[in-house]
Design a protein around this ligand. Structure first.
Ligand code: 5AD
Ligand code: SF4
Length: 347
């Protein structure tokens, strides 16, 4: 199962059920079917980059740009405490100016202080210098998500501008820097990109394994009408195929890397109202309920039809919790839900 050829064969299977069943078994054995919530705060949609697939790229002048206030983020942190989620993700468009870096440092420190250290903080704020990553770690962040987007360099440059600001090597280096600073490191790819092949996806899985990641977030690519990659939308698989391929990727990954954290992403939910639950059944164990203030939701449209644009946080919570426990999962309330894989490596 761990050779590239085996993985390609599994990715080509027409029936996903045997894979999903095996992944569910592995998930039960290695993670006790615990699912963890992270309250997600989409802090700012201002971005200095121009990834060709993303609606927030700086080339898109139709987006009203926002940065949430310090108080708004602290309010989201209070919701995390009130809901007993115990973990929070701060995600943002990429900026590396001093003001931005400082604002994140301050937020991390204040959330830690306000919660007496009870909230575990994951950052997802793009590529930064070693000094910045260290400053944020020292302030109290301990997990970092930075998707490689595609581990295939050629494909990477088909979905990013080929320039210094979007260097494949820098992205890889950033992942190693995070690892060196002792963050729990998460990465991931999009599935169903134009020019992507099953062979490339198999290599993505091998990449996760070889890098020995602690967390993975994979989700379907979804087109955004105001991006350069939209021109290639006739080259991408159907929604059903993207959904199915993502479920296969999640299931195979769970079988390959038994004790890592795998997110059930919002993009899954966009392709199918039950997409996140399907991902949980296929081996995912992390869900990130969106706590971004409603007035900003529209502004964080990385792709078309992103859901929960007007869902109230409380309503989403009740619905989600019920669906998740109905499926036989146990919600890990009050726990950080760190990657078991990371902890095992530490010992
Ligand atoms: N479809 C799916 N995922 C996307 N992302 C950005 N644009 C899209 C899209 N069009 C994902 C990227 C990025 C994260 C912030 O959102 O993988 O890492
Ligand atoms: Fe900016 Fe991230 Fe979108 Fe790239 S994927 S344009 S870095 S928000």
């Amino acid at each position: 199962m761990n050779t590239r050829e085996d993985i390609i064969e599994l990715l080509n299977l027409s029936s996903i059920q045997p894979l999903v069943d095996e992944a569910a078994r592995v998930k039960g054995e290695y993670t006790s079917n615990k699912v963890f919530f992270r309250g997600l705060m989409e802090y700012s949609n201002i971005c200095s980059k121009n990834c060709l697939y993303c609606g927030l790229g700086c080339g898109n002048s139709d987006v009203g740009r926002y940065t949430a206030t310090h108080d708004e983020v602290m309010e989201a942190a209070r919701i995390v405490l009130a809901n007993n989620y115990a973990s929070m993700v701060i995600q943002s468009g990429e900026r590396s100016d001093r003001d931005f870096v400082k604002s994140i440092t301050r937020l991390v420190g204040d959330i830690k202080e306000m919660s007496s250290g009870r909230i575990g903080i994951t950052l997802s704020c793009g590529e930064q210098s070693r000094e910045t990553y260290k400053e944020w770690f020292d302030a109290g962040a301990h997990r970092y998500l930075l998707r490689i987007e595609s581990s295939n360099e050629e494909l990477y440059y088909k979905i990013h501008p080929n320039n210094a600001a979007h260097s494949f090597k820098n992205r890889l280096d950033a992942l190693y820097t995070l690892r060196g600073l002792n963050y729990q490191v998460g990465t991931g790819v999009m599935i169903g990109l134009p020019f992507q092949t099953v062979e490339i996806l198999a290599n993505d899985l091998m990449f996760f394994k070889n890098f020995d990641v602690d967390m993975v977030g994979i989700g379907p690519y979804i087109e955004h009408h105001n991006t350069p990659l939209y021109a290639y939308r006739n080259l991408i698989p159907s929604k059903e195929e993207r959904l199915k391929m993502t479920l296969k990727m999640i299931a195979i990954l769970r079988i390959m890397m038994k004790d890592i954290n795998i997110a059930a992403t919002t993009a899954m939910q966009t392709l199918d109202p039950n997409g996140r639950e399907m991902a949980l059944q296929a081996g995912a164990n992390v869900v990130m309920p969106n706590l971004t203030p409603l007035k900003y939701r529209e502004g964080y449209a990385i792709y078309d039809n992103k859901p929960s644009l007007n869902e109230d946080a409380e309503e989403t919570k009740a619905k989600l919790e019920k669906k998740i426990s109905d499926d036989g999962n146990v919600i890990g309330f009050g726990e950080w839900g760190d990657s078991i894989h990371f902890k095992r490596k530490q010992r």
